[in-house]
Write a protein that binds this ligand. Structure first.
Ligand code: SAM
Length: 472
């Protein structure tokens, strides 16, 4: 039976509840008084539940769709402003014992070059990433208890945090590794990770079992209940995600919102982020082999609806998507993007060779970080390398409070300007530097609190004088 407060996957991601939700959405998608009522509720910026949001997803009325897009833009502007936080993935190892049908790392793939970075190789990768200007990483690894045990992940985190090349530093490490035990989540928490990210891939249990035929990841319940264990282990910030393309998107959309509602009901705080990956071509993988492919237009609508359904949850889009698609979804609610990414193991320190097939998927946006920073500014965004929140203890509900109270302009906005300034001083190309300086000059006036504005101005001068890592 559906129960969002239950700790059992079958209750909080209840299959019958999702089927009933989809039937309800079909029955009401043209019920304009109800649709209007749901949009009016969304305008209050308190979010929507999975049923309400599913009605809007099913509704195809062009005026309503235009309203949804406009509202998503407004909410994004109100809560996140025009900042976009930048990060890069760092692949540590592609050894994997699972059998995921969509992933080239699957254990049976004998084509792929298997690589596990040594601590020295991690140093080289991190120096290359620092030299690009990155401050925030998401570390990624296949699931292999012998090759990639938790001790390897913890040692790698320690290595990464301790590398300081020139003015470089990785100040926040988010972790995307397989579902694990409460004890291991505690160890990750003690290692001071930022967000623990785990994609559900699909919420549909029957499909999940087929898509994960072998290996520990086959256990749907263990995987689906992972975020509860992570939160029990003390990790406040967790990141959800569905791999769109595998299953029917309407099912996944209801599922991810039910997951968010469950975390909020049980732990008092919803997910910190929701990632929006779509399945991509890779060695041994053809995205057309799966049933759930979605158009760019539908993808945009999904982003907009997640924005209005969970206004305080960050949204992430990676370089799986092209420049064009990223440009389309940025205003609809995306708060974080990756830039200059390599999805091969060891791909930053060494030039990626065309014959190297150790990558997890094809990257669509292959621009350098500087090109991405430049492009964001030309589109009117402030590229941010901020990592302040979890370092200042603003995780979980404490971050949500800032967001809900719209304090972002006195906190995240100045931090964005300060970290952009560091980037400009240390890594930017000439044109990016010029654009960035003009932008900072303009954006500093947007900070509402006079004291914060003055302090930001002082810090900016200190950065020119060589100081680093100032933050609110
Ligand atoms: N092994 C971990 C796990 O099982 O969750 C870590 C994650 S893996 C390195 C990161 C994510 O990449 C997966 O959760 C999956 O959603 C995504 N991924 C795998 N194959 C992909 C493909 N062909 N295209 C796009 N994304 C893919």
């Amino acid at each position: 039976m559906y129960d969002k407060t239950s700790r059992k996957a079958e209750d909080f991601i209840n299959h019958q509840e999702i089927l009933d939700t989809l039937a309800y959405a079909d029955a009401h998608k043209d019920d304009m008084p109800l649709v209007r009522e749901i949009i009016a509720k969304a305008r209050e910026r308190k979010g929507l539940d999975h049923r309400e949001a599913s009605v809007l997803l099913a509704c195809e009325d062009s005026e309503v769709v235009a309203e949804i897009f406009a509202l998503a833009k407004e909410i994004k502007q109100d809560y996140y402003g025009n900042r976009i936080v930048l990060f890069a993935p760092l692949y540590l190892s592609n050894y994997c014992v699972n059998g995921c049908l969509y992933c080239p790392y699957h254990g049976k793939n004998k084509n792929i070059r298997r690589v596990k970075l040594t601590q020295e190789q991690i140093r080289e990768e991190v120096i290359a990433l620092q030299d690009m200007g990155h401050k925030r990483l998401a570390i990624e690894a296949g699931e292999d208890p012998l090759m990639n045990p938790i001790e390897y992940i913890l040692e790698s985190i320690d290595t990464i945090y301790n590398i300081h090349h020139k003015n470089g530093a990785i100040r926040r490490i988010n972790v995307n590794i397989a579902a694990t035990t409460v004890e291991n989540y505690k160890k990750l928490k003690d290692a001071e990770i930022g967000t623990y990210i785990l994609f559900q891939e699909t919420y549909n249990k029957e499909s999940y079992l087929k898509l994960h035929p072998t290996g520990p990841k086959h256990d749907y319940d263990y995987h689906t209940e992972a975020m509860d264990r992570a939160m029990d282990g003390g990790i406040d910030d967790v990141g959800l995600g569905v791999l769109y393309g595998l299953e029917l998107y309407r099912y996944e959309f209801a599922g991810v919102l039910m997951h968010a509602e469950h975390l909020e009901a049980v732990h008092g705080v919803g997910p910190h982020t929701i990632s929006m990956p779509r399945v991509k071509r890779a060695d041994d993988i053809d995205p057309d082999d799966f049933d759930g492919g979605i158009s760019d237009e539908t993808f945009g609508k999904l982003c907009a609806l997640i924005r209005i359904a969970v206004p305080y949850t960050g949204m992430i889009i990676s370089t799986r998507e092209s420049k064009k698609v990223r440009e389309m979804v940025l205003p609809l609610g995306i708060s974080q993007i990756s830039g200059g990414s390599r999805t091969s193991v060891g791909g930053y320190a060494e030039e990626e060779l065309p014959e190297d097939n150790s990558a997890q998927f094809d990257v669509s946006d292959r621009r350098s970080l500087d090109e991405v920073v430049n492009w964001l500014m030309r589109l009117g965004y402030i590229p941010s390398f901020c990592t302040a929140c979890y370092r200042a203890g603003r995780t979980g509900d404490r971050f949500m409070e800032i967001c809900k109270n719209m304090q972002i302009l006195n906190c995240c906005h100045p931090n964005a300007l300060l970290t952009l300034k560091e980037y400009l001083e240390d890594y930017a190309g000439e044109d990016t530097y010029r654009l960035g300086m003009d932008l900072i000059k303009k954006e500093i006036h947007v900070i509402p609190n006079e004291k914060v504005r003055k302090k930001t101005s002082d810090y900016l001068n200190d950065i020119v004088a060589g100081g680093r890592d100032f933050r609110f």
